[in-house]
Write a protein that binds this ligand. Structure first.
Ligand SMILES: NCc1[nH]cc(CCC(=O)O)c1CC(=O)O
Length: 308
Protein backbone atom coordinates (compact mmCIF):
# COMPACT_ATOMS: atom_id res chain seq x y z
CA UNK A 1 0.00 0.00 0.00
CA UNK A 2 1.39 3.41 -0.99
CA UNK A 3 0.94 5.80 1.91
CA UNK A 4 0.45 8.85 -0.31
CA UNK A 5 -2.40 7.45 -2.44
CA UNK A 6 -5.95 8.18 -1.29
CA UNK A 7 -7.55 4.93 -0.17
CA UNK A 8 -11.19 3.96 -0.62
CA UNK A 9 -13.26 0.88 0.22
CA UNK A 10 -16.80 0.54 -1.17
CA UNK A 11 -18.84 -2.03 0.77
CA UNK A 12 -21.45 -4.03 -1.14
CA UNK A 13 -24.38 -4.98 1.08
CA UNK A 14 -28.00 -6.04 0.99
CA UNK A 15 -30.27 -3.20 2.00
CA UNK A 16 -32.15 -5.00 4.80
CA UNK A 17 -31.90 -3.36 8.23
CA UNK A 18 -29.73 -6.18 9.53
CA UNK A 19 -27.40 -6.18 6.53
CA UNK A 20 -27.00 -2.39 6.74
CA UNK A 21 -26.21 -2.62 10.46
CA UNK A 22 -23.55 -5.24 9.69
CA UNK A 23 -22.05 -3.24 6.81
CA UNK A 24 -21.96 -0.06 8.93
CA UNK A 25 -20.32 -2.02 11.73
CA UNK A 26 -17.61 -3.24 9.35
CA UNK A 27 -17.21 0.32 7.98
CA UNK A 28 -16.52 1.57 11.51
CA UNK A 29 -13.93 -1.15 12.11
CA UNK A 30 -12.16 -0.29 8.84
CA UNK A 31 -12.06 3.40 9.74
CA UNK A 32 -10.56 2.39 13.07
CA UNK A 33 -7.70 0.40 11.49
CA UNK A 34 -7.15 2.91 8.65
CA UNK A 35 -8.49 6.38 9.55
CA UNK A 36 -7.33 7.68 6.14
CA UNK A 37 -9.56 5.28 4.24
CA UNK A 38 -12.72 6.66 2.60
CA UNK A 39 -15.34 3.98 3.39
CA UNK A 40 -18.69 3.98 1.54
CA UNK A 41 -21.72 1.68 1.43
CA UNK A 42 -23.14 0.32 -1.84
CA UNK A 43 -26.59 -1.12 -0.88
CA UNK A 44 -28.37 -3.49 -3.27
CA UNK A 45 -31.43 -5.76 -3.52
CA UNK A 46 -30.87 -9.52 -3.82
CA UNK A 47 -33.09 -12.30 -5.21
CA UNK A 48 -33.90 -13.29 -1.62
CA UNK A 49 -35.12 -9.75 -0.85
CA UNK A 50 -37.16 -9.28 -4.04
CA UNK A 51 -39.24 -12.43 -3.57
CA UNK A 52 -40.69 -12.49 -0.07
CA UNK A 53 -43.32 -15.19 -0.72
CA UNK A 54 -41.43 -18.21 -2.03
CA UNK A 55 -39.76 -20.33 0.65
CA UNK A 56 -35.99 -20.12 0.49
CA UNK A 57 -35.36 -23.82 -0.25
CA UNK A 58 -37.83 -23.52 -3.16
CA UNK A 59 -35.94 -20.56 -4.60
CA UNK A 60 -33.05 -22.85 -5.34
CA UNK A 61 -31.54 -22.12 -1.97
CA UNK A 62 -27.86 -21.48 -2.35
CA UNK A 63 -26.70 -17.90 -2.42
CA UNK A 64 -30.03 -16.09 -2.81
CA UNK A 65 -28.81 -13.35 -0.44
CA UNK A 66 -25.19 -13.29 -1.52
CA UNK A 67 -24.79 -13.65 -5.30
CA UNK A 68 -25.57 -10.06 -6.31
CA UNK A 69 -23.40 -8.68 -3.54
CA UNK A 70 -20.50 -10.86 -4.69
CA UNK A 71 -21.10 -9.87 -8.32
CA UNK A 72 -20.71 -6.18 -7.40
CA UNK A 73 -17.24 -6.89 -6.01
CA UNK A 74 -16.21 -9.05 -8.99
CA UNK A 75 -17.46 -6.32 -11.38
CA UNK A 76 -15.53 -3.62 -9.51
CA UNK A 77 -18.69 -1.69 -8.50
CA UNK A 78 -17.63 -2.33 -4.88
CA UNK A 79 -14.45 -3.55 -3.17
CA UNK A 80 -15.69 -5.79 -0.39
CA UNK A 81 -18.87 -7.74 0.38
CA UNK A 82 -20.21 -8.15 3.92
CA UNK A 83 -22.33 -11.28 4.47
CA UNK A 84 -23.98 -13.08 7.34
CA UNK A 85 -21.63 -16.05 7.15
CA UNK A 86 -24.60 -18.36 7.71
CA UNK A 87 -26.03 -17.28 4.34
CA UNK A 88 -22.78 -17.62 2.38
CA UNK A 89 -22.52 -20.91 0.43
CA UNK A 90 -19.47 -22.99 1.32
CA UNK A 91 -18.31 -23.37 -2.30
CA UNK A 92 -15.54 -20.92 -3.07
CA UNK A 93 -16.30 -18.15 -5.56
CA UNK A 94 -13.53 -17.83 -8.16
CA UNK A 95 -11.92 -14.39 -7.95
CA UNK A 96 -13.03 -13.72 -4.36
CA UNK A 97 -11.27 -14.37 -1.05
CA UNK A 98 -13.04 -14.74 2.31
CA UNK A 99 -10.44 -12.52 3.94
CA UNK A 100 -12.27 -11.05 6.95
CA UNK A 101 -13.96 -12.94 9.81
CA UNK A 102 -14.61 -10.54 12.75
CA UNK A 103 -15.44 -11.70 16.30
CA UNK A 104 -18.64 -13.70 16.53
CA UNK A 105 -21.74 -12.43 18.39
CA UNK A 106 -23.80 -14.73 20.71
CA UNK A 107 -24.58 -17.63 18.41
CA UNK A 108 -27.67 -19.38 19.73
CA UNK A 109 -31.27 -19.27 18.59
CA UNK A 110 -33.93 -17.34 20.46
CA UNK A 111 -37.51 -18.37 21.10
CA UNK A 112 -40.05 -15.57 20.97
CA UNK A 113 -43.43 -16.44 22.48
CA UNK A 114 -46.75 -14.69 22.16
CA UNK A 115 -46.79 -12.18 25.08
CA UNK A 116 -50.15 -13.33 26.47
CA UNK A 117 -49.50 -17.10 26.27
CA UNK A 118 -47.26 -19.70 28.01
CA UNK A 119 -43.73 -18.47 28.60
CA UNK A 120 -41.69 -21.67 28.12
CA UNK A 121 -41.32 -24.17 25.30
CA UNK A 122 -42.55 -27.01 27.55
CA UNK A 123 -45.72 -25.15 28.51
CA UNK A 124 -46.85 -24.62 24.92
CA UNK A 125 -50.10 -26.51 24.27
CA UNK A 126 -50.34 -29.53 21.94
CA UNK A 127 -50.28 -28.55 18.25
CA UNK A 128 -48.89 -25.11 19.05
CA UNK A 129 -48.20 -23.06 15.89
CA UNK A 130 -44.50 -22.33 15.45
CA UNK A 131 -43.31 -20.02 12.67
CA UNK A 132 -39.96 -20.92 11.15
CA UNK A 133 -38.90 -21.80 7.62
CA UNK A 134 -35.54 -23.20 8.64
CA UNK A 135 -35.37 -27.01 8.29
CA UNK A 136 -32.72 -27.06 11.02
CA UNK A 137 -34.99 -25.29 13.51
CA UNK A 138 -38.08 -27.26 12.44
CA UNK A 139 -36.40 -30.66 12.84
CA UNK A 140 -34.93 -29.83 16.23
CA UNK A 141 -38.27 -28.56 17.55
CA UNK A 142 -40.10 -31.62 16.19
CA UNK A 143 -37.55 -33.88 17.85
CA UNK A 144 -38.67 -32.48 21.23
CA UNK A 145 -42.30 -31.91 20.41
CA UNK A 146 -43.58 -34.00 17.46
CA UNK A 147 -47.01 -32.46 18.04
CA UNK A 148 -45.97 -28.90 17.09
CA UNK A 149 -47.32 -27.42 13.87
CA UNK A 150 -44.35 -25.96 12.03
CA UNK A 151 -45.46 -23.18 9.70
CA UNK A 152 -43.61 -21.21 7.04
CA UNK A 153 -42.74 -17.61 7.88
CA UNK A 154 -40.93 -15.07 5.72
CA UNK A 155 -40.28 -11.36 5.80
CA UNK A 156 -37.79 -9.30 7.76
CA UNK A 157 -37.29 -9.60 11.50
CA UNK A 158 -39.73 -6.79 12.41
CA UNK A 159 -42.49 -8.31 10.24
CA UNK A 160 -42.01 -11.68 11.91
CA UNK A 161 -42.14 -10.21 15.40
CA UNK A 162 -45.40 -8.48 14.54
CA UNK A 163 -46.89 -11.80 13.38
CA UNK A 164 -46.24 -13.46 16.75
CA UNK A 165 -47.40 -10.39 18.67
CA UNK A 166 -50.68 -10.44 16.74
CA UNK A 167 -51.15 -14.15 17.50
CA UNK A 168 -50.65 -15.54 13.98
CA UNK A 169 -48.12 -17.90 15.62
CA UNK A 170 -47.69 -19.08 19.23
CA UNK A 171 -43.94 -18.78 18.85
CA UNK A 172 -41.18 -18.02 16.37
CA UNK A 173 -37.45 -18.73 16.40
CA UNK A 174 -34.82 -16.21 15.31
CA UNK A 175 -31.07 -15.88 15.75
CA UNK A 176 -30.15 -14.02 18.94
CA UNK A 177 -27.37 -12.20 17.05
CA UNK A 178 -29.71 -10.61 14.53
CA UNK A 179 -32.12 -9.48 17.24
CA UNK A 180 -29.30 -7.93 19.26
CA UNK A 181 -27.89 -6.10 16.26
CA UNK A 182 -31.30 -4.57 15.63
CA UNK A 183 -31.71 -3.67 19.31
CA UNK A 184 -34.67 -6.07 19.60
CA UNK A 185 -33.24 -8.44 22.24
CA UNK A 186 -36.02 -7.50 24.71
CA UNK A 187 -38.50 -9.61 22.74
CA UNK A 188 -36.56 -12.81 23.48
CA UNK A 189 -38.42 -15.17 25.83
CA UNK A 190 -35.75 -17.88 26.10
CA UNK A 191 -32.45 -18.76 24.46
CA UNK A 192 -32.49 -22.18 22.80
CA UNK A 193 -28.99 -23.62 23.24
CA UNK A 194 -27.69 -27.17 22.70
CA UNK A 195 -28.72 -29.89 23.38
CA UNK A 196 -32.18 -28.43 22.67
CA UNK A 197 -31.10 -26.56 19.57
CA UNK A 198 -27.73 -26.53 17.81
CA UNK A 199 -27.11 -23.33 15.85
CA UNK A 200 -26.42 -23.17 12.12
CA UNK A 201 -22.98 -23.28 10.61
CA UNK A 202 -21.56 -19.77 10.81
CA UNK A 203 -24.50 -18.39 12.80
CA UNK A 204 -23.75 -14.97 14.34
CA UNK A 205 -20.49 -14.59 12.39
CA UNK A 206 -19.82 -12.19 9.53
CA UNK A 207 -17.85 -13.08 6.42
CA UNK A 208 -16.15 -10.35 4.42
CA UNK A 209 -14.96 -11.02 0.88
CA UNK A 210 -12.71 -9.02 -1.42
CA UNK A 211 -11.17 -9.65 -4.84
CA UNK A 212 -8.42 -12.20 -4.33
CA UNK A 213 -5.80 -9.95 -5.96
CA UNK A 214 -6.69 -6.84 -3.90
CA UNK A 215 -3.74 -6.72 -1.51
CA UNK A 216 -4.86 -3.56 0.28
CA UNK A 217 -8.31 -4.97 1.13
CA UNK A 218 -6.88 -8.35 2.08
CA UNK A 219 -4.56 -6.66 4.55
CA UNK A 220 -7.34 -4.54 6.05
CA UNK A 221 -9.71 -7.53 6.34
CA UNK A 222 -7.04 -9.70 7.94
CA UNK A 223 -6.72 -6.92 10.52
CA UNK A 224 -10.45 -7.28 11.37
CA UNK A 225 -10.24 -11.06 11.69
CA UNK A 226 -10.61 -12.84 15.03
CA UNK A 227 -8.46 -16.00 15.01
CA UNK A 228 -10.74 -17.84 17.43
CA UNK A 229 -13.91 -17.17 15.40
CA UNK A 230 -12.06 -17.97 12.18
CA UNK A 231 -10.95 -21.41 13.42
CA UNK A 232 -14.51 -22.22 14.56
CA UNK A 233 -16.27 -21.20 11.38
CA UNK A 234 -13.70 -22.79 9.06
CA UNK A 235 -14.28 -26.10 10.86
CA UNK A 236 -18.07 -25.67 10.71
CA UNK A 237 -18.04 -24.74 7.01
CA UNK A 238 -15.70 -27.62 6.12
CA UNK A 239 -18.14 -30.00 7.83
CA UNK A 240 -21.11 -28.66 5.87
CA UNK A 241 -19.14 -28.74 2.61
CA UNK A 242 -17.98 -32.33 3.23
CA UNK A 243 -21.57 -33.38 3.91
CA UNK A 244 -22.46 -31.65 0.62
CA UNK A 245 -25.35 -30.09 2.49
CA UNK A 246 -26.38 -26.47 1.94
CA UNK A 247 -27.42 -23.77 4.36
CA UNK A 248 -30.99 -25.15 4.29
CA UNK A 249 -30.10 -28.67 5.47
CA UNK A 250 -31.11 -29.88 8.94
CA UNK A 251 -27.53 -29.59 10.21
CA UNK A 252 -26.54 -27.96 13.52
CA UNK A 253 -23.14 -27.38 15.07
CA UNK A 254 -21.38 -26.24 18.19
CA UNK A 255 -17.66 -25.49 18.03
CA UNK A 256 -15.40 -24.52 20.91
CA UNK A 257 -11.75 -23.49 21.16
CA UNK A 258 -9.68 -24.15 24.28
CA UNK A 259 -6.06 -23.14 23.82
CA UNK A 260 -5.05 -24.90 20.61
CA UNK A 261 -7.77 -27.54 20.81
CA UNK A 262 -10.74 -27.17 18.51
CA UNK A 263 -13.84 -29.26 19.20
CA UNK A 264 -16.76 -29.54 16.79
CA UNK A 265 -20.05 -31.17 17.72
CA UNK A 266 -22.37 -31.69 14.77
CA UNK A 267 -25.94 -32.97 14.49
CA UNK A 268 -28.00 -34.02 11.49
CA UNK A 269 -31.74 -34.67 11.73
CA UNK A 270 -34.42 -36.06 9.48
CA UNK A 271 -37.09 -33.52 8.51
CA UNK A 272 -39.54 -34.92 11.07
CA UNK A 273 -36.90 -34.94 13.80
CA UNK A 274 -37.33 -38.68 14.39
CA UNK A 275 -33.81 -39.58 13.21
CA UNK A 276 -30.96 -37.84 15.00
CA UNK A 277 -27.23 -38.25 14.40
CA UNK A 278 -24.71 -36.63 16.72
CA UNK A 279 -20.91 -36.71 16.56
CA UNK A 280 -17.91 -34.90 17.98
CA UNK A 281 -14.51 -34.32 16.35
CA UNK A 282 -11.46 -32.86 18.08
CA UNK A 283 -8.33 -31.41 16.48
CA UNK A 284 -6.03 -28.43 16.29
CA UNK A 285 -6.89 -24.79 15.64
CA UNK A 286 -3.92 -24.94 13.22
CA UNK A 287 -5.99 -27.16 10.91
CA UNK A 288 -9.64 -26.32 11.49
CA UNK A 289 -10.86 -27.72 8.16
CA UNK A 290 -9.66 -31.19 9.12
CA UNK A 291 -11.85 -31.11 12.24
CA UNK A 292 -14.86 -30.33 10.05
CA UNK A 293 -14.02 -33.08 7.58
CA UNK A 294 -13.58 -35.57 10.45
CA UNK A 295 -16.98 -34.64 11.90
CA UNK A 296 -18.63 -35.07 8.49
CA UNK A 297 -16.99 -38.49 8.03
CA UNK A 298 -18.24 -39.60 11.44
CA UNK A 299 -21.75 -38.46 10.55
CA UNK A 300 -21.66 -40.40 7.28
CA UNK A 301 -20.39 -43.50 9.15
CA UNK A 302 -23.33 -43.17 11.52
CA UNK A 303 -25.70 -43.18 8.55
CA UNK A 304 -26.60 -39.49 8.34
CA UNK A 305 -26.29 -39.66 4.55
CA UNK A 306 -29.74 -41.26 4.47
CA UNK A 307 -31.45 -38.05 5.64
CA UNK A 308 -29.37 -35.44 3.78
N1 LIG B 1 -31.15 -16.50 7.15
C1 LIG B 1 -31.42 -15.17 7.58
C2 LIG B 1 -30.44 -14.68 8.58
N2 LIG B 1 -29.14 -14.59 8.27
C3 LIG B 1 -28.47 -14.13 9.39
C4 LIG B 1 -29.39 -13.94 10.40
C5 LIG B 1 -29.12 -13.47 11.76
C6 LIG B 1 -27.68 -13.18 12.11
C7 LIG B 1 -26.80 -14.41 12.10
O1 LIG B 1 -27.22 -15.51 12.49
O2 LIG B 1 -25.65 -14.26 11.69
C8 LIG B 1 -30.65 -14.27 9.88
C9 LIG B 1 -31.95 -14.18 10.57
C10 LIG B 1 -32.20 -15.32 11.52
O3 LIG B 1 -31.75 -16.46 11.27
O4 LIG B 1 -32.88 -15.12 12.53
Amino acid sequence: MTESQPRRIRIATRESQLALWQANHVAEQIRRVDPECDVQLVPMTTAGDRDRQTSLPQMGGQGVFTKEVQRAVLDGVADIAVHSLKDLPTDETPGLALAGIPPRAPRFDALILKPDGPQTLDDLPPQARIGTSSPRRRSQLLRLRPDFQLLEIRGNVETRLKKVEQGEYDAIVLAEAGLRRLGLQDCITVILAPPIMYPAVGQAALGIECRDNDEYCRQILEGLTDAHTQAEVLAERACLAALRAGCHAPVGVRSTVHGETLTLEAVVLSQDGADFFQVQAVGSTANPRQVGIDAAQLLIQEGAGAVL
